[in-house]
Design a protein around this ligand. Structure first.
Ligand SMILES: [Zn+2]
Length: 377
């Protein structure tokens, strides 16, 4: 029996059981530590004006995206809306700060995370009552709120970390009179610094939706997916979409499912609101849903605003193998994790399963209708 889309993981990527569908609140706080003699903690406003982070968080700008003169950074809200073909968006809780944090000191990672988390909940505990989506359990959890913290640490490496619960007491009107209530916060915090590029900020924020890293062998899926590799301090606006596997897992697309029989073909279209079935799952009864390929049409110069850094115009072959994160079997040799894009007119060598047996002796790529790519084998 043919596997279902659910068997391939459709909409299975969740935080605490909740899909990244509909809307989710996003809170952005800017934090500043005292500078030292080495200039390791530059003022945020000396690197980017406050409006920069407002647009970066909640904006829907038009390209070209530029860092300076004048700044027109890419926007996280616009990014997730486009990647999800309109199925998911961020709503504004607030963007606020910079708040003075005093000296940075020499904290270990977990001490630092807890200090930041306490700052977040102390910032406005009343706001968390409104965010809490459950029936007044007064616990704000990772399925209810996405948090991005920008710190003025010159070498702040981008990261996403869960915090242990932190608490704050506030007044809340439950009938009469005002009651003292304790709210708590237990989320994932995306961390970035003044020179963190949009790519890495979006990467870390997406981890709060459940995404996984795709640092693979070869060239690490460079610029093929938001979950691939990218420089930490580039301070630029390179943008690429999430890959088709992540979109499938998030419930942001519904690929066609095509069995790998002799002499088959499939047309692969860019995933869009008009073509949520644009990608193609190639599967075989001997593997079922445990190991398969996803063919994904991508191009830098199509209608997407946020795929402009994609390296070319063609097709990716994602190999989904339970032993490791998905990787592109790239042109020209099907090397795992290669960033090579398959173009029309090309064909592959024999494509193997992870155990070395041949899945298909050759895939050939030609032009299909409406800018799609026709794959034959
Ligand atoms: Zn990551």
């Amino acid at each position: 029996m043919a596997p279902t889309l659910a068997d391939f993981g459709h909409a299975s990527m969740r935080m605490m059981g909740r899909n990244a569908l509909g809307k989710r609140p996003l809170l952005v706080l800017l934090l500043e530590y005292d500078d030292n003699a080495q200039g390791d903690f530059p003022r945020l406003a000396a690197v980017h004006p406050p409006a920069y982070y407002d647009q970066l968080a909640f904006g829907h700008p038009n390209p070209p995206f530029v860092t300076d003169n004048p700044a027109n950074p890419a926007g996280l809200a616009g990014y997730v809306e486009e990647c999800s073909i309109g199925r998911f968006s961020f709503t504004r809780v607030a963007i606020d700060g910079p708040f003075s944090m005093g000296p940075f000191g020499n904290p270990d990672d977990s001490t630092h995370i807890q200090r930041v988390a306490q700052k977040i909940i102390d910032y406005s505990p009343w706001a968390f009552i409104g965010i809490d989506g459950d029936v007044f359990d007064l616990l704000v959890s990772s399925d209810e709120l996405v948090v991005l913290v920008i710190e003025n640490i010159r070498k702040r490496f981008p990261a996403n970390r869960p915090n242990d619960p932190v608490y704050a007491t506030t007044e809340y009107f439950i009938g009469q009179p005002l009651s003292q209530v304790t709210v708590s916060l237990e989320v994932r915090i995306a961390f970035a610094g003044p020179f963190t590029p949009f790519f890495q900020i979006a990467h870390e924020v997406s981890h709060s939706l459940g995404t996984i890293d795709m640092y693979n062998p070869g060239s690490m899926n460079y610029l093929l997916t938001l979950m691939g590799a990218y420089p930490f301090y580039a301070n630029d606006q390179a943008t690429v979409h999430l890959d088709a596997w992540h979109k499938l897992q998030l419930g942001w697309c519904e690929p066609q499912q095509v069995e790998l029989k002799a002499h088959g073909s499939a047309d692969v279209a860019e995933i869009s609101a008009q073509r949520p079935d644009g990608a193609v799952i190639l599967w075989h009864p001997s593997r079922g849903a445990s190991e398969y390929f996803i063919l994904e049409r991508r191009r830098a110069n199509g209608p997407r605003r946020y795929d402009r850094s994609f390296p070319g115009d063609g097709l990716l072959i994602w190999h989904i193998d339970p032993a490791r994160p998905p990787m592109n079997r790239g042109a020209p040799n099907l090397d795992p994790g290669s960033s090579g894009v398959w173009q029309t007119g090309a064909h592959t060598p024999p494509l193997s399963w992870s155990d070395g047996t041949v899945a298909v002796s050759r895939l050939t790529f030609g032009a299909g209708p409406d800018a799609s790519i026709r794959v034959t084998w």
